[in-house]
Design a protein around this ligand. Structure first.
Ligand SMILES: [Zn+2]
Length: 62
């Protein structure tokens, strides 16, 4: 299980895999950063996933 911060604030989410972490973070994202999701352009989602996958992989395993 890894704990990783939201890329925009200090809130953390946990997940066994990157996909699980992303799923755990999503409700927070929709509540705290709806504008970011609303204003996402073509390709932004892919870029976000690539960047955050790198952060997830770099996070220490608990
Ligand atoms: Zn956040």
């Amino acid at each position: 299980m890894k704990t990783l911060k939201c890329d925009l604030c200090e809130v953390t989410a946990e997940g066994e895999t990157f996909e699980a972490w992303m799923k755990a973070l999503m409700p927070h994202y929709m509540q705290a950063h709806p504008d970011v999701m609303k204003n996402a352009k073509e390709g932004d989602e892919q870029k976000w996933m690539t960047e955050n996958k790198v952060r997830f992989d770099a996070a220490p395993l608990k």
